[in-house]
Design a protein around this ligand. Sequence first.
Ligand code: PEP
Length: 254
Amino acid sequence: MANRTSIIAGNWKMHKTSSETRSFLEALKSAIADFEPNCEIVVAPPFTSIATAVAETDGTRIRVAAQNLHWEDRGAFTGEVSGPMVKEIGCSHVIIGHSERRQYFGETDESVNRKIQAAMRSGLVPIFCLGETLEEREAGKTFDVVKRQLIEGIGKIESPDPDRFVIAYEPVWAIGTGKTATPQQAQEVHEFLRTESAKILGQDFSDRTRILYGGSVKPDNTRSLLNQPDIDGGLVGGASLTVQDFLGIIKEAI
Ligand code: PEP
């Protein structure tokens, strides 16, 4: 089995101004200077704080992600930001298809697929989010839903570099609710996603691509989740907003 380095990624959503970003990263940098984290670390600030985050993390092991991009590289799309813009300002990653984007901003499997292609075209690592709602889980549709999202999301993509592609399984019912999937519930979906992604993009892709879990990850549940064979890290919302919690998660990452 491939040896996959874990990723701990913080999705700040619509939190932290530039000055708040600076203070957070100064504290995080000095904290991680004291030990050698076992994981890759990514933070995803709002667009307006990206330049500050890139400057603050220069020369460190912390990488910066955008939370979204447009599928076109340029054009008459007022209020949107494109892959080349995000790349040039210094992002390495971009979150795509987060459930809040799907729920509140009309993102579909099709637009997610176009955004993944745009990210790859610009040399960004997509963090491709998918996951079922509570209603879908209770109706026994979890595997059908994530399979559809996976096929539609990565279906038309040609030979992605598995080291530069990340999938995040985020059950919608666990995001921001304090309800975490049990390690077993998460593992069975991760294992399924790995098997299905091998059918679409081949065994090597499936073996090497990191699949993160997201949904109320906290320092005290990180280890049991990441101990699962197919869970390669966490996409963290609420607990990425304080240095203490985010650092606690980084320290638990294996
Ligand atoms: C997220 O926003 O991707 C997320 C998982 O949020 P939380 O950790 O707050 O559930």
